[in-house]
Design a protein around this ligand. Structure first.
Ligand SMILES: Cc1cc2nc3c(=O)[nH]c(=O)nc-3n(C[C@H](O)[C@H](O)[C@H](O)COP(=O)(O)OP(=O)(O)OC[C@H]3O[C@@H](n4cnc5c(N)ncnc54)[C@H](O)[C@@H]3O)c2cc1C
Length: 424
């Protein structure tokens, strides 16, 4: 069945109020779909899932470069941030990685874990994840409204009413699963923050995270598309601010790839000098590299080939040049100091960072609605009975590698289960 063509019953639910508990969910992304499935486990509950885009899970479909890194085997060990990162623990423990993988298996999804702990669908297609969720949502007690942007919500005597300017629906419980501002082209928006602020919930400053960082170094454009395994350290006014090791990717304007995403959170915020120091051979010490390059002096190759077989050719040439070695000479003519300079450049290459790219390029939003206003064991609001929030709209963001989707599944499931069961 094609979900895009499904006909939905748009009959107003207010008629049923009092007979069946109605749970409204705003946002048909990762956390909203998890919440809907959990809430609908109570056969007495009627779930209404509202998604402003034409299809459910549009962002999910683009995750992991189209492969969807749906969780990480190490997600239970930490890797979450926010004003109160410990807020995430209850949901992540209640619906941990094992339970999440079991749940996906029960929905028909085969998965595979990489050595790094990143888990992907066995099909290697994010579509598979979206599809099993959409199939599972085909339940008699779930109604899906796509192309429905909730623009207004208000508290009523029996719960809430929500509308898109043309139609309005009532529900007893309301789950806000609108996601964050990151990935604006894929649906990221301010919507969830605004809707929750109507109920008095406050939001932190929002910053892009898991994002490419721009550099003022002119050589970067020539390396566009080059990937390198390296250790990267971010220095703020000379002190190490963050460090990681993994794959770096050069882009036209800056540094990207998993290693950069890992350490991009809050980079270039609050003034000062921001520098990225790169070690392109973290597993080889300076002395061994120097010995190898000295051995290469016995060849009669041009210095452009000095790092051939060690690094990507283009990167090798750029680093040799950056070390101040003339490209017209032969390797055999290099002095000891020149060899040392090349080694230093390979092991500690510094580029100045200027700013992270914007929210449209970021994978996740750092910051969000303050978790202090919500109960970590249920995801419901401490001040507005029957109101729940889950996923990226809350002030929780995770490391690169499946952590953010794990938060979406765990928090979404917790919100859905409690909204489906609670009777307040
Ligand atoms: C390019 C990219 C790649 C990523 N890759 C990964 C990855 O591989 N692994 C990982 O763990 N994380 C990844 N992330 C992050 C991850 O996708 C998000 O953290 C996660 O999707 C958040 O889930 P959510 O349900 O909170 O929000 P979303 O999945 O963004 O869903 C929110 C939904 O709410 C809808 N909505 C918003 N406002 C309204 C409204 N007023 N009315 C109706 N509907 C509304 C939106 O259209 C959207 O569909 C990636 C993000 C991006 C942008």
């Amino acid at each position: 069945m094609s979900f895009g063509k499904m006909k939905y019953n748009r009959e107003k639910v207010s008629k049923q109020a009092g007979e069946t508990m109605v749970i409204g969910i705003i946002g048909g992304g990762a956390s909203g779909m998890a919440a809907a499935l959990a809430a609908a486990e109570n056969p007495e509950a009627q779930v209404l899932l509202f998604e402003r885009q034409a299809r459910l899970g549009r962002k999910l479909q683009a995750t992991g470069n189209g492969r969807c890194n749906l969780t990480n085997l190490h997600a239970m060990e930490g890797g979450y941030h926010g004003n109160e990162p410990q807020f995430s623990k209850a949901a992540l423990s209640a619906f941990d990685v094992d339970k999440t993988l079991g749940w996906f298996r029960s929905l028909g999804l085969f998965t595979v874990a990489e050595d790094s702990g990143r888990v992907y669908p066995y099909s290697d297609q994010a579509n598979s994840v979206v599809d099993v969720l959409r199939f599972a949502l085909e339940k008699p007690n779930i109604r899906i409204f796509t192309g429905f942007e909730v623009t207004k919500v208000k508290k009523t005597a029996n719960g809430f009413s929500l509308e898109n300017g043309e139609e309005s629906y009532d529900c007893h419980k309301l789950i806000v699963a609108c996601g964050g501002l990151a990935g604006t082209k894929l649906g990221g928006s301010m919507s969830g923050y605004k809707l929750l602020s109507k109920f008095g919930h406050r939001c932190t400053r929002l910053r892009p995270a898991l994002v490419q960082v721009k550099t003022s170094w002119g050589g970067v454009a020539g390396l566009k598309g080059v990937r390198a395994n390296c250790k990267a350290e971010i220095l703020h006014d000379g002190a190490v601010f963050a460090a990681s090791q993994g794959e770096l990717q050069f882009t036209e304007v800056g540094l990207s790839g998993p290693v950069m995403f890992e350490i991009s959170r809050d980079v270039c915020q609050g003034g000062g000098d921001w520098v990225c120091r790169l070690d392109f051979l973290p597993h080889v010490d300076m002395a061994s590299l120097e010995a190898e390059l000295i051995r290469r002096r016995q060849t009669n190759l041009n210095v452009d080939e000095l790092l051939t077989g060690i690094l990507h050719n283009r990167l090798g040439r750029v680093l040799t040049k950056a070390a101040g070695v003339r490209s017209t000479q032969d390797i055999s003519g290099l002095g000891d100091e020149e060899i040392k300079a090349v080694c230093r450049t390979v092991k500690a290459f510094e580029v100045k960072l200027t700013e992270p790219l914007g929210m449209d390029s970021a994978q996740v939003t750092a910051g969000g609605v303050l978790t202090a206003g919500f109960d970590e064991n249920t995801m419901d609001s401490k001040t507005v009975p029957g109101l729940y929030a889950c996923g990226e709209v809350l002030d929780i963001d995770g490391d690169c590698g499946g952590y953010n989707l794990q938060w979406a599944w765990s928090s979404g499931r917790m919100a859905g289960l409690h909204a489906g069961k609670d009777s307040k």
